[in-house]
Design a protein around this ligand. Structure first.
Ligand code: NCD
Length: 311
């Protein structure tokens, strides 16, 4: 079976049934990864086209394709070194690259740019982050990480009774928006913790209301941290700020470290898409509740499942 779409542009292309299909595939892929990979993508090529910096997302897409026996061509500075600098359009770039490859993962600083690119692409395209827009694969691997921690229970049981705390730049983080869009189906309780100026946008709060999800908003992490089963931490999104001073004001507004985590449950987990920049302290890394590096590895299995389902 294939995934029921050609391109993956938005997290809201997933419903629980499609999510289950992808997660089961990804779970199988963990075993395949550990055994060194397979050859199901032999002869196929992935292009990774990045206009915005990336470490985890690009390398994990590439690792995923290589583990499946395929090959990779990559450009991580499309804005400086491709024919875009000569004025070529995204559509023509897509027409060209899709002559060479079977699937494309693309990141761009402008919301909507990946969608524009698909107009010219005959190959399936995966949105690997489009500015302040969406980042479906990160949201997917985050929720997969929770599911794995919940021992692959059925979704209602795995997610339904959880209290999920989302901390940080809830206004600008495309990742928490993606997480929310996937979790809403299972109605966990959400506690949204952010500086007042960086609150979750109204459109996502309305979505939670439409799906009958219980949520509360606060600036005060200390007063709610003991309720969390999952703490989803997110960096203040420096690149979305117009001035540096404003960003510095919030950079370490919250700091997840050993002191505050003493107040949290013993059997909860902390996830984060990374990178971190002062808001998540390395001293906490050795705590068994810290799942963010395991999460990176889950990202490869998830992307292996995705490539298999789209290619
Ligand atoms: C995230 C992103 O790029 O949006 N990182 C990632 O993909 N691993 C989160 C972030 O940069 O804060």
């Amino acid at each position: 079976m294939q995934l029921p779409f050609k391109h993956l542009l938005e997290t809201n292309q997933f419903n629980p049934e499609v999510l289950r299909f992808l997660f089961e595939e990804s779970r199988n892929m963990e075993g395949i990864f550990e055994k060194g990979g397979n050859q199901i993508m032999k002869g196929k090529i992935l292009a990774t086209l990045f206009w915005e910096p990336s470490t985890r997302t690009r390398f994990s897409f590439e690792t995923a394709m290589l583990k499946l026996g395929g090959q990779v061509i990559s450009n991580f500075s499309m804005g400086q070194s491709s024919s875009i600098t000569k004025g070529e359009t995204l559509e023509d770039t897509a027409r060209t690259i899709s002559c060479f490859v079977d699937i494309i993962a693309m990141r761009h600083h402008q919301q909507g740019a990946v969608a524009e690119f698909t107009k010219g692409s005959s190959a399936p395209v995966i949105n690997a982050g489009d500015g302040a827009g969406d980042h479906p694969t990160q949201g997917l691997l985050d929720i997969y990480t929770i599911w794995k921690w919940r021992k692959f229970e059925n979704f209602e049981k795995a997610f339904g009774n959880l209290t999920i705390g989302m901390i940080g730049d809830l206004k600008n983080s495309r990742v928490v928006h993606a997480q929310l869009q996937l979790l809403k189906f299972f109605k966990p309780k959400f506690i949204l913790v952010s500086p007042n100026a960086l609150r979750m946008p109204e459109v996502y709060l309305n979505m939670l209301k439409d799906y009958d999800c219980e949520y509360e908003e606060t600036e005060d992490l200390e007063s709610v941290i003991s309720d969390f089963d999952v703490l989803s931490d997110t960096r203040i999104q420096q690149e979305r700020f117009e001035n540096r001073e404003e960003f510095e004001k919030y950079r370490t507004f919250y700091q997840i470290g050993n002191k505050i985590m003493k107040k949290a449950k013993k059997d909860m987990i902390v996830i984060a898409p990374l990178p971190r920049f002062g808001e998540l302290l390395p001293e906490f890394d050795s705590d068994p509740r810290a799942k963010y590096f395991e999460q990176v590895k889950n990202g490869v299995a998830l992307r292996m499942g995705l490539i298999k389902g789209m290619c």
